[in-house]
Design a protein around this ligand. Sequence first.
Ligand SMILES: C[S@@+](CC[C@H](N)C(=O)[O-])C[C@H]1O[C@@H](n2cnc3c(N)ncnc32)[C@H](O)[C@@H]1O
Length: 343
Amino acid sequence: MNKKSTSKIKLFFSGLLSRAEENRDFFTDIAVEFKSGTKPFPAKITYDNGFILNYQAVKRTLSSDELAEFIPAEASKYDSARIIYSERGARIVIEADDRRVNMRHEDVTAAEPQTSVVQSGREYVVNPALASELLTELGILAKNGKIKNDKIRKYNQIDYFVELMKGVLDEIGERDEYIVFDAACGKSYLSFVLNFYMRDILKKKCRFIGVDYSETVITASKRTAEKLGYSNMEFIKANLTNYTPAVKPDIVVSLHACDTATDMALALGIRSGAKAIVSVPCCHKDILKQYSYEPFAAITKHGILKARLADTLTDGLRAAYLEGAGYKVSMIEYISPLETPKI
Ligand SMILES: C[S@@+](CC[C@H](N)C(=O)[O-])C[C@H]1O[C@@H](n2cnc3c(N)ncnc32)[C@H](O)[C@@H]1O
């Protein structure tokens, strides 16, 4: 393949490697097929504490930079190449020869049944096939039993949250009944799936209380709970700022509570004495509006960098505050910034 095509492969392929690293939890593999005439020469790239290339019967661990050099260099020895990047809910295909290099996204839900499938070496904790009644009611599964295209990311987020909860439940130990408080619950997808996991899969007695200040989402959540017969779930319209739950929650969860609503959720967890607080923040605007730091002026003059620093300051202060209140804090990358852009 000529130099023009291999340079373009390098550009596209490097982007895929970055995506694989950022979406490590959802990444499955990259299948490469070089061709000389009609003869295929396959290679497979997986991830396990580093990229593993399986090519010409040899397995090697390579860094992303080494792979980004290696694959285009190999492509230059062949007539054409097809590179298929797969992650849960997405497939991207690069096709290249001397005349053109194309990259396209393929509709995965149309091609693959979404049952209990293992993807990226990670099985859904709440298998969509098992939870089909619930997920259909939530509008996540289509009538054909597959996750709707526009809901795949949301479901990935929720299912990953549920996976994190496994560790939290182990940490807080057995209870007669678990009280879970969902702060800024929205339509309560998270609570419904978590309830299914705790009640129907783990067979634990649990009670859910969702709070949001939007009447519409509270009405919708109540209706869903009623339809599904979940009498252990209640939803309350209230502002988190000054809300104290009538019963002490064991766990406070909050998923994408906008801006300072995350702080309200953390504060509610602290003042109600929750054993565990699991929070995935959303946009960080409050500190961004307020801070300036002259020694970093050369950096913060770039709006995007100023915003990233504000994210770090906001989450850093939150962690310090929680530690001050006696909590043991773990910070993890929940999901790629590409999936849920913050700025
Ligand atoms: C982006 S949505 C997330 C909803 C849900 N947790 C999810 O992940 O689908 C943010 C929610 O926060 C609610 N919210 C924001 N500030 C709030 C506050 N101070 N008190 C109660 N709810 C609030 C909004 O009404 C909205 O439903």
